[in-house]
Design a protein around this ligand. Structure first.
Ligand code: SF4
Ligand code: SF3
Length: 538
């Protein structure tokens, strides 16, 4: 069985995984994911022909969930991916009975389930022969995966946007067409615009449902009760778990991208919500082992499960791993009682560290501090803001981001969001007149907050161009949500972004040139050189 995947920063040899995924994805799983994506494009094409809003919305919701399941480190379970393909084929049948028709292979293929993997060469990434077209189509698809994940989080909280659903279907359908490079570059920017709109929608969903994040000291030590560790990005699951664990004697801790749940007023009221345990996703093999209690993975990033905790890890939503119990929604609700019962029999977590970290600097809080921030800039106490949002990962070169944080002069502020923060959020970099030097807005989607803050500063300083602000962007990427964030920044006209630890394998040399010429995107170099350049706005 062959495979080819180059969607994340860990793509083998910087070109693509073709034997097995560095992430642990098996060739079969990659093959089923490719077929799922192909089929999702097919049903997108068909759904757009049925001029019925309800059908478009329902299909787009399903397409988004399917896209979400193919994000790096989200779902390794062939059975689950095959079920999604079967559901897509059922949706296809029902769209055809409603009058939709297309002779595109994506909308017509039929094969026995045992033959599905034989379709690989027809539907895989390399089936597009033109390197630049492939590069742009995959760039758009990965941006769409990030959008789909964020749209799904908003949707579970009851927030939807019809125009966004329409965009997802239209773009999936366009990816089946022959398009030239110029058309695809334009679509890349539209994908970025829609990424901004999706992050804004999710921000509204999160803040209207759980309140605006508040500046918070998050406890990073442990209590004496057994606990449940919750990871991923889904705040609805967080709420459900907190409600169901109340009064049970079981505490709740966050891991990795769930850390920002600690900043929301509605979650803070639960006294058994103890704080955050551990660091970014890639340290889960050790940290899940020492946690001692059950772990609930609500989204990416789950990594191949280790024996040390294999009998106490669960998935929900679009996350999945073979032989790991999955908690599905039934009648609109999730029942975590099985996890809670198991937790009661577990030991309390082993303490990894003591103390607290500060976070919760989303747009409302920073805008409340706006006068202080503006004064500090005017008086020269703050010379520069450096946005270091994005992802963390296990590659050694990521120590660059710690080095940058340590090398930046004391009159700089780091704005962050996503799990990238774990590279420097425990360094004690101090504050500037009471404003901490690392301002964490939240999850990767909360990069939207950083954009709101930048736009507000632009307004206060009466500038015409966001690039005239004393802000530099040094973005760490790993998976496709970071691609959506990057496209969002480009669509807002941000120029001169540094991207690391390596440039994406899926960018062909010509596409890199387009990004350099139009947006002055650059790879990272050494921390010392980059900090020097950043400080003079280069
Ligand atoms: Fe390789 Fe990344 Fe694809 Fe996994 S998701 S197979 S590591 S490129
Ligand atoms: Fe992290 Fe996976 Fe990207 Fe949401 S949890 S930022 S890597």
């Amino acid at each position: 069985m062959e495979m080819f995947c180059y969607q994340c920063q860990e793509a083998a040899k910087g070109t693509g995984c073709n034997v097995s995924g560095v992430c642990g994805k098996k060739p079969e799983t990659a093959g089923y994911q490719d077929l799922l994506l192909f089929t999702l494009k097919g049903i997108s094409l068909l759904a757009l022909q049925v001029e019925d809003k309800e059908i478009i919305n329902q299909t787009a919701k399903f397409v988004s969930q399917g896209l979400f399941a193919t994000i790096t480190n989200a779902n390794f379970d062939d059975h689950k991916i095959k079920l999604l393909i079967s559901r897509a084929l059922n949706i296809r049948e029902s769209l055809i009975t409603k009058g939709a028709s297309s002779d595109h292979r994506a909308a017509t293929w039929q094969d026995e389930e045992e033959n599905w993997l034989n379709l690989y060469s027809l539907v895989g990434v390399l089936s597009e022969k033109n390197e630049d077209v492939r590069s742009l189509k995959e760039l758009i698809l990965y941006g769409l995966k990030g959008i789909a994940a964020y749209a799904d989080h908003a949707q579970v909280l009851g927030y939807e946007d019809e125009s966004l659903w329409g965009f997802i279907l239209q773009t999936m359908a366009v990816l089946l067409e022959d398009k030239d490079v110029d058309e695809l570059v334009a679509l890349t920017l539209r994908t970025g615009e829609n990424a901004v709109a999706t992050m804004a929608l999710l921000d509204k969903a999160n803040t209207e449902t759980y309140g605006s994040p508040e500046i918070t000291q998050v406890n990073i030590s442990v209590g004496s009760n057994p606990g449940i560790l919750i990871s991923g990005h889904d705040l609805k699951d967080m709420e459900t778990l907190l409600k169901q664990t109340q009064g049970t004697g079981v505490d709740v801790y966050t891991h990795s991208e769930m850390l920002p749940a600690n900043y929301y007023p509605k979650f803070k009221k639960y006294s058994h919500f103890v704080g955050n345990y551990g660091n970014a996703w890639w340290k889960q093999d050790k940290e899940f082992a020492s946690f001692n209690g059950p772990i609930l993975m609500t989204t990416n990033c789950i990594v191949p499960v280790r024996p040390a905790y294999k009998d106490r890890i669960y998935t929900t939503g679009m996350a999945g791993f073979p032989d790991v119990p999955h908690i599905d929604e039934k009648d609109g609700a999730k029942d975590f009682s099985k996890i809670i019962e198991q937790a009661k029999k577990c030991k309390a977590p082993v303490e990894l560290e003591k103390g607290s970290i500060v976070g919760g600097f989303a747009h409302d809080q920073v805008l409340a501090l706006a006068d202080k921030v503006v004064d500090a800039v005017k008086q020269g106490a703050i010379k520069r803001f450096v946005v270091m949002a994005g992802c963390d990962g296990r590659q050694k070169g990521r120590s660059y981001f710690t080095d940058v944080a340590e090398t930046l002069p004391e009159d700089t502020i780091i704005l962050t969001a996503g799990c990238a923060k774990y590279r420097y959020n425990k360094l004690n970099l101090g504050d500037i007149g009471g404003i901490p030097r690392v301002l964490d807005a939240g999850q990767c989607n909360d990069s939207y907050s950083l954009v709101v803050i930048a736009l507000k500063l632009k307004e206060v300083f009466e500038l015409d161009d966001i690039n005239d602000l004393p802000i530099s962007f040094d973005i760490a990427w790993y998976e496709q949500k970071a691609v959506a964030v990057l496209l969002a920044l480009l669509s807002l006209g941000v120029k001169g972004i540094r991207l690391g630890p390596t440039l994406p394998a899926f960018l062909s040399p010509n596409v890199v040139n387009v990004l350099v010429e139009n947006f002055n995107i650059k790879p990272i170099s050494s921390a010392e050189e980059d900090v020097k350049a950043i400080m003079v706005g280069a």
